[in-house]
Design a binder for this molecule. Structure first.
Ligand SMILES: Cc1cc2nc3c(=O)[nH]c(=O)nc-3n(C[C@H](O)[C@H](O)[C@H](O)COP(=O)(O)OP(=O)(O)OC[C@H]3O[C@@H](n4cnc5c(N)ncnc54)[C@H](O)[C@@H]3O)c2cc1C
Length: 282
């Protein structure tokens, strides 16, 4: 991508390879002999976001919902995350397993993420385009090298730091992205992210799975046990959404109370397992 402060042309002026070569020579002293461009296009920097991601049955995702500078390579990634957040909610609503209000949580969770991305990419663009080279270098170095700043920017750009709001009294991990925990047993899935490929909720337990056979039978969630080496660092029960974020977790030491809490969480999040086999047999 090139940009030259003293040459600002409308979007519909054809782009030539000579223009790109000229910009490259100006900055790097050589154009590396580039030739035979396969594809060239001119783009401008829009920065805007729709006020709402949902209007009744219409839901917006990706660039239709937010558009911003390409700095930081965010647009496609954020759009994919929008779709991932929305997909399982749409499926649950269409199948009648969740209340229509679940779809409102799409906007509640993703709109703030889009707003932050528009803001962050705007700041990065302004740093890159600063007229004063020393100031540009100083700000660039701050973003890349000053620990807390660099961590914040890395967390935001990678998307790993994204957290969704959890209700009052929720476990501190609720709303965070679940780490790719190893699962116990020699068979697939060996890790949480493999288990999530079914597109269903995953209940992670640190105890033997037999204790949760009834719940797995009744509710629309797959139950897996966390591998021994990581079990001590994980709450005894963690319910992970199909998009990999933690829906619910508990540290409740009393097994009976923990069981009651679990059933309430499964009722709230997953709904009952559909009995397709029984229906088709009858
Ligand atoms: C120079 C540049 C570099 C970028 N680099 C990165 C990067 O490194 N990483 C990254 O994550 N993102 C990057 N992006 C952003 C990324 O390209 C976009 O965010 C992403 O393509 C948006 O995907 P989308 O599906 O939401 O929208 P689009 O890709 O715009 O898809 C919308 C589609 O809908 C079609 N359409 C429109 N109207 C209609 C209609 N009425 N009927 C039927 N079809 C219609 C369009 O033709 C288009 O195919 C970059 C963008 C630019 C401009």
């Amino acid at each position: 991508m090139t940009w030259y402060r003293h040459r600002r042309l409308p979007d519909d002026v054809p782009t030539t390879l000579e223009e790109v070569r000229e910009d490259t020579r100006r900055v790097l002293g050589t154009d590396f002999g580039m030739h035979d461009a396969r594809w060239l296009s001119r783009f401008h920097n829009d920065e805007r976001q729709v006020p709402h991601y949902r209007q009744g049955r219409v839901l917006l995702a990706g660039d239709a919902a937010h558009t911003h500078s390409p700095a930081g390579g965010q647009g496609m990634n954020v759009g994919l995350q929008d779709a991932f957040n929305l997909g399982w909610k749409l499926a649950a609503t269409v199948r009648g397993r969740a209340d229509d209000a679940l779809l409102d949580s799409y906007e509640a969770e993703r709109h703030p993420v889009g707003r932050r991305v528009v803001h962050l990419t705007g700041v990065l663009t302004r740093i890159v385009l600063l007229r004063t080279a020393p100031l540009r270098a100083l700000l660039g170095a701050t973003v890349m090298r000053v620990g807390p700043v660099a961590d914040t920017v890395a967390g935001a750009l990678s998307g790993i730091a994204i957290r969704y709001p959890a209700g009052p009294g929720a476990h501190p991990s609720a709303g965070a992205r679940a780490p790719d925990l190893p699962l116990s047993g020699d068979t697939m899935p060996g890790r949480l992210y493999e288990a999530l490929r079914t597109g269903r909720f995953v209940l992670l337990a640190t105890e033997p799975l037999e204790a949760y056979a009834r719940e797995e039978e009744a509710y629309d969630a797959d139950v897996h046990r966390v591998a021994e080496e990581r079990a001590a660092a994980v709450p005894p029960l963690v319910l992970v959404r199909p998009d990999g974020y933690i829906a619910w977790a508990t540290e409740q030491p009393d097994p009976t109370r923990r069981g009651h809490e679990l059933v309430a969480a499964l009722e709230h999040w997953c709904g009952r397992r559909a009995r397709h086999a029984a229906t088709s047999a009858s």
